[in-house]
Ligand binder design. Sequence first.
Ligand SMILES: NC(=O)c1ccc[n+]([C@@H]2O[C@H](COP(=O)([O-])OP(=O)(O)OC[C@H]3O[C@@H](n4cnc5c(N)ncnc54)[C@H](O)[C@@H]3O)[C@@H](O)[C@H]2O)c1
Length: 460
Amino acid sequence: MKIIVVGAGYVGLVTGACFAKKGNHVTIVEQNEDKIRALEMGKIPFYEPGLDQYVTEGIKHNLLQFSNDLAETLKTQKYDIIFLCVGTPSLANGDPDMSAVWKVIHCIGQNLMHNCIIVNKSTVPVGTARKATTLLNEILATRTIAVTATIASNPEFLREGSALLDFMQADRVVCGVESDEAKEILYALYKPFVEKPADIIDMNFESAELTKYAANGMLATRISFINELARLADAVKADIVDIKKGMGSDKRIGSAFLNPGVGYGGSCFPKDIDALISTGTQYKEEMTLMRQVKKVNDTQKQWFIDSIFNFYGHDILNKTIGIWGLSFKPETDDIRSAPSLDLINALIEDDIKIIAYDPAAMMHVKELYKDKVRFVKHKQDLLAQVDALVIMTEWQEFIDTNLEDFTHIKDRVIFDGRNCFDPIELHMHNLTYFCVGRNVYSPEWHEKSIEKRAEYLEQI
Ligand SMILES: NC(=O)c1ccc[n+]([C@@H]2O[C@H](COP(=O)([O-])OP(=O)(O)OC[C@H]3O[C@@H](n4cnc5c(N)ncnc54)[C@H](O)[C@@H]3O)[C@@H](O)[C@H]2O)c1
């Protein structure tokens, strides 16, 4: 099939490269010229394992090309389907910013030259596909040539870091389709990406749009659930890893998305939870659970930061803090709503020195904080220069650290927000180790944190 993909971000580029991999002819249209220049040279503008190879292969086989002019592409090329993969970041009130989506719909309406299916992959409020259908038909009615466009909604569920696998071997493909033609085309296009046809699930527009939010709402709920339980585990001297095993081995529950940490971040969960709450408000449904999921997440992020400040008290002002991990999760360079940024902001506010390392995301953090944060090229480079180490992302290279290396940290203190290590082993190396929901193995720590927490609660 001949496909246009609008937006060369994490979703658009993966979508385009994967469709090309299966023999479709794909043109990716991106407004950012720097991204286009890089892509034409086979360079990926962000970190996603394996994507560079897909893009290079696609270009080599003349299946993948790039453009920065949507109007021109619509006028000069043949296409059966157009995918919308533009960003929908949160506005200050929690609603998604839909300006990029509407801009693209307008451009398509004004420049479309062939009948085609327009498929939205961006995460958008319920009602968008129906509104887009009305808007497109209004614009097309003013054109001198007779063309028709059929809208479909096809939310994307890929995860940064394993995006290619998620796309190439999708658990399911959700299609909001309300015409037989759109349904047939999407089934034909996606057949090579699923194990069996039943994994392509069709439904009405509203259901498809809400399914995306429902999936992220459930995943965020599990994260907040385990995080809240991890804090309770610390308070009652239990081990959250044992609890997870005991609970997750129940087939009704499972163990996915039950790793306690420093709270969820990234470009999807925070904004999608906000959008779900906002949709609830619009339709007079309170979304009580989603509000609490968000609240627990904010509490978790603050709890971890407080634990560092509580441990040192006033002395923290003279400390240098090392940070391992800046991206919101491993295998991506994405720092959108990353918990590491909350930590950096809190440290900077008190003029505390920071030295940071991340395998992929340092340049983005550098752009934000300039010389307020120092960076090192290798993870070991900062250990001897810092008083304490904070781990914010569970990159495999951190997990693979030789524990002897930690003995170079001046105060021999580690705050591990991702439970990368066995607390007992670290205590055996004479290191003070604070983690999440496993502080039962550190009696001194435990007493201190309970006491400090009581003081803290009294103050607020
Ligand atoms: N990142 C993820 O893991 C993920 C997963 C599932 C769904 N989503 C959703 O998919 C959508 C895209 O997410 P993303 O992470 O790829 O965003 P992104 O910000 O990385 O990429 C969006 C791209 O679209 C481009 N763009 C915007 N307007 C354009 C226009 N008029 N013409 C051409 N290009 C234009 C931007 O320059 C940018 O490169 C969002 O709605 C997001 O919520 C994201």
